[in-house]
Write a protein that binds this ligand. Structure first.
Ligand code: ATP
Ligand code: MG
Length: 254
């Protein structure tokens, strides 16, 4: 049965998508069956895997409004073991269309049910907001993985996210756990990066992953080639870091 992990942080550009795509690719490489589910209307995870969001006839949008079963829309990717449930710009409409629907927060959870036996991991990439799409992802998830960008002091925004997670726990998904915090875009030359690492390790000593993702040009280039770092530049510092994060994720499972 798949473990469902949502990557969430309402702050934009912190590495949610980069982490979802690259962790997904390394987990698949380690022999796990992985589904990457793109819940962001920007569809960056979709395009990072080489799928053109503008040519998609259907996407996770159709799943959310109940027009298609999720299994029909799963596509294979160039990475063996890594499947994609793509997003498209239409997903932006779902934010609004879901509002009057009964059980609107549990749409994704229900739609995913039949897919769970087929995978070891479902990674859900979420948009930079705490709206209906993210709430659906948190309601469908067993755990939340929170990327933290080392270039901003994160604690204030993090409080808001943890509060939302707590609300989802109380009303919709009592078993939702925090899978971990991942420090991203680390630049050892800046005091700020070191300060963020120190602060996060102090406040969250158990849940923060030891692996730190450095700022790496290769990581920012790979999406425009439609490839994860594991094929684009596996020996780069970014590739090595995501491989190490993947090992930690697998270790925590034991
Ligand atoms: P959004 O909130 O808009 O969905 P996000 O949290 O998903 O953003 P990403 O898209 O993963 O963040 O990253 C933001 C930008 O930074 C992207 O251009 C990405 O390629 C780049 N980036 C992510 N991680 C790194 C890194 N470790 N080193 C260098 N660039 C990175
Ligand atoms: Mg993103």
């Amino acid at each position: 049965m798949a473990r469902v992990v949502a990557l969430a942080n309402q702050k934009g550009g912190v590495g949610k998508t980069t982490t979802a795509v690259n962790l997904g690719a390394y987990l698949a490489h380690a022999g796990k069956r992985v589904l990457l589910l793109d819940m962001d209307p920007q569809a960056n995870a979709t395009s990072s895997l080489g799928v053109d969001k503008n040519t998609l006839a259907r996407s996770v949008y159709d799943v959310l409004i109940g027009a298609e079963p999720a299994s029909r829309l799963v596509c294979l990717t160039a990475c063996t073991g890594l499947d994609l449930l793509p997003a498209s710009p239409a997903l932006a409409g779902a934010q609004i269309e879901l509002v009057p629907m009964a059980g609107r927060e549990t749409k994704l959870r229900r739609a995913l049910e039949p897919l769970r036996p087929r995978y070891d991991y479902v990674l859900i990439d979420t948009p930079p907001s705490l709206g209906m799409l993210t709430v659906n992802a948190l309601t469908a998830a067993d755990g939340v993985l929170i990327p933290i960008q080392c270039e901003y002091l994160p604690l204030e925004g993090l409080g808001q996210l943890l509060h939302t997670i707590e609300l989802v726990r109380q009303s919709l998904n009592p078993d939702l756990a925090i899978s971990g915090l991942v420090l991203t875009m680390y630049d050892p030359r800046t005091n700020l990066s070191r300060q963020v690492v120190e602060e996060i390790r102090q406040h969250f000593p158990v849940i923060v992953f030891r692996s730190i993702i450095p700022r790496s040009i290769k990581l920012s280039e790979a999406p425009s080639y439609g490839e994860p770092i594991i094929t684009y530049a596996p020996h780069s510092s970014g590739g090595q870091a995501y491989e190490s994060l993947c090992r930690e994720v697998l270790d925590r499972e034991r």
